[in-house]
Design a binder for this molecule. Sequence first.
Ligand SMILES: Nc1ncnc2c1ncn2[C@@H]1O[C@H](COP(=O)(O)OP(=O)(O)OP(=O)(O)O)[C@@H](O)[C@H]1O
Ligand SMILES: [Mg+2]
Length: 470
Amino acid sequence: MRHFRTVGARLAIALLVVVAAVLLAVYLIVIPSLEDRLVNSRKDQVATVAEAVVARLNANDPPTDDLAAGFASASNARVTIFDVSSRAPLTLLDIADAGAGGVAGGINDDRVAMRAAQSLTASQGVVTRGGRKYAEAAQPTRDGQNIVLVSNSIEDSLDSVALVEHRLVISALLALVAAFLLGYGGARLFARRIRRLEQAAERIANGRFDEPIVDTSPDELGQLARAFERMRQRLAGLEHARREFIANASHELRTPLFSLGGHLELLVDEDLDDDTRREFLGRMREQVDRLTKLAGELLDLSRLDAGRLRVDRDPVDLAQVSELLLEEFDSYAQGTGHELSRDGVDGSATGLGDQQRILQVGRALVENALRHTPPGTHVLVGASRNGDRVALTVEDDGPGISENAAVQVFERFYRGDTGGRASGSGLGLAIARELAVAMQGEIELSSEPGRTVFTFWLPAASSTSSPMID
Ligand SMILES: Nc1ncnc2c1ncn2[C@@H]1O[C@H](COP(=O)(O)OP(=O)(O)OP(=O)(O)O)[C@@H](O)[C@H]1O
Ligand SMILES: [Mg+2]
């Protein structure tokens, strides 16, 4: 029973039923019509002979044995001429011995001749005598004195029909077997490929992404397999990224935690003088700040990944943002020995976005320019408008970012070689870029030794997107 539930068996049975129905229809239509045609043509043949004999009798030829025998041998049929002039009983005048199965008795032994005698019109039919079938035609003479009956065996025609029928049955059986084998074999082939896909899906569901799914055929199953393979690769990539992310995040968390733990141990030592104690507390504060920043970044990333980070779309003046950034980082820049200033701010640079998130992106860029460049570097923060976009730019004349590093700086946890300067966790630019995209903007980087520019593009607010008239 279980076998009949497989696609293979169902397809084979369906094919079998269709082929059987077609063959049955052919059988039911072809055989009877073939038989009809052959019998009718034989009836027409004998009717023509009967007509010819009657024509001779109507032309006053005497109804003799010779006349009947002549027609009989010419047409290979049996020709009988009955005399009905004496009315009853009808008598047999003559029987020409051509063909078998002649009428043994009088006219009333043959229903076709009887019908012609009673109706005095031509009559045709098929009669069975001695287990054999005959096509017969009977026709009365004009004066109604004689009935001419011509009969011919149709056994040879029926044999031909039987032969065709026999061959048709054999071909039908062969066609049915072929249909079943083809249907079953073809479906099994498909079923095997489907089972392979099912196993692949099971593997993926169980978290095993290592085995590729290969099916190169161009049909629908091949396309499905390729879609599966793309899904597998994507899931494998995501899984890899997830593992890497957890490993990196825990590593990033461990470092400041170790440092905090170490300093705590040292602080327990009561022999420490005040200066050293203060220095340790200062370092501990740095580590706590680092942990707080990291926790915030990880939270942002998880929200971005889950698509749960809400960003507003308000008009935000980027010139104002650049001013805020300058104020915020002024003392920090003095501490690191950098020169932080504003650059060609265009007062009309109002973009659409979330003020807090725009500030967050700006902070990441300015902080990088101050942290990843040597003291003495100039850092310029500017805002401008270009068509229907506005930009916040952070430019520095530091050593620049190499071509290799430039393609990686936006990756999560990527930290370049900062030449011994303080480094973060490598999440700043990754988050900044994702925030920019969430606000329908983007961040571009162009860098060469002595000039690095990060441009944060945003769509311009509609009130500023109309062309400006000087
Ligand atoms: N203005 C810059 N000049 C030179 N290198 C830079 C500059 N900005 C970024 N980088 C390089 O890109 C790397 C990635 O920057 P990103 O802001 O993502 O991480 P981070 O600053 O190291 O850490 P985080 O920002 O998470 O504290 C930095 O480590 C640094 O090597
Ligand atoms: Mg950074």
